[in-house]
Design a protein around this ligand. Structure first.
Ligand SMILES: [Zn+2]
Length: 88
């Protein structure tokens, strides 16, 4: 028997304190230029069954997010690789 509590789930939605303070119809703006129009993009991440038991097999998984249409900046809280890559 596997102990369910030992399985790390990094894709569970987290509600930050900042998010809980947001109000209905707040408009997301770019942290760089203040723009409010965004376009979708994908980051493709290798997922393993070890950490994601619900997927059929190890494989590339697209994660969609949004970047600013004006300056192409990705707000750090919108960046799927935020926290995945070690910065030197
Ligand atoms: Zn921008």
């Amino acid at each position: 028997m596997k102990d369910e509590h030992l399985i790390l789930k990094d894709n569970e939605p987290k509600q930050s304190e900042e998010d809980l303070k947001r109000e209905e119809n707040e408009v997301l703006t770019c942290n760089e230029c203040g723009g409010y129009k965004f376009e979708p993009f994908y980051v493709v991440i290798w997922r393993t069954r070890l950490l994601n038991p619900d997927i059929p097999k190890d494989g590339w998984a697209p994660v969609q997010s949004f970047r600013c249409m004006d300056c192409h900046h990705v707000n750090s809280d919108m960046d799927p690789i935020n926290g995945l890559l070690e910065e030197d």
